[in-house]
Write a protein that binds this ligand. Sequence first.
Ligand SMILES: [Zn+2]
Length: 268
Amino acid sequence: MGWCFRQGKRLTYLTLPEWEECGIQVGFSTRWGGIGRTPYESLNLGLHVGDDQDRVLRNRELWLQEWDAEWNDFVIGEQVHDVKVQRVEPADAGRGGRDIKTVLPGVDGLVTTSSLGLMAFFADCVPVFFYHPTLKAVSIAHAGWRGTVGKIAHRVLLEFQNMRGNISDCWVALGPSIGACCYEVDERVINLFQEAFKETPFIKPSRPGHAQLDLWEANRQLLLEAGAVPEHIWSASICTSCHTDSFFSHRREGPKTGRMAGWIRRKD
Ligand SMILES: [Zn+2]
């Protein structure tokens, strides 16, 4: 079945029914249903993109209502396009929710075995969701090209392994993000991927000095190389840049645009 749209209480968002059946709340917002104005129309959930702060907080309230969550039920990392993965503990509850100054600094990947929700923001970068059934752990990672070439998804799997979980048991889902159709990169980026990966079938040359980069396939490849199994990898395969009718896209709309939220929480 995989990712599908759900009409929630007030918002429409993407979810994974197979995960929900296992007691895992998982969702990825669209750009609609909020109160933001152009160019943040309308459900911008990012506090760091120049939008009116009160409007963003009211949008976050709408998003939290979908999950029956309060301000102290989740945690947000800073997201600096790096590869630091951090274990989140109950003492971190509420960090980054109302105030950007309290985010977990320097963190692009969050892992927890607590019942705290994990939230991260996206507008083209790949949202990577994880659920480890035996550890009862969940994770979310932010993987743009830097996070992908630095293999942040592998780091999350290693964290599960440190917690004595088998990597092959882990479920992984890639949410909507920029597709190879719309993602041209230059030689500098191509070279970094060629250094980091043995093979790079996910890079297709376009014009001289440039190539189309498939971040979905690159993440899939690194997950499989790390020991994840293909039956446990879901990909939305929805390009945010092709679908600005539903999603914000940094590449298509420029820096002044909104952010969608990814959400994951163990519900028990
Ligand atoms: Zn596209």
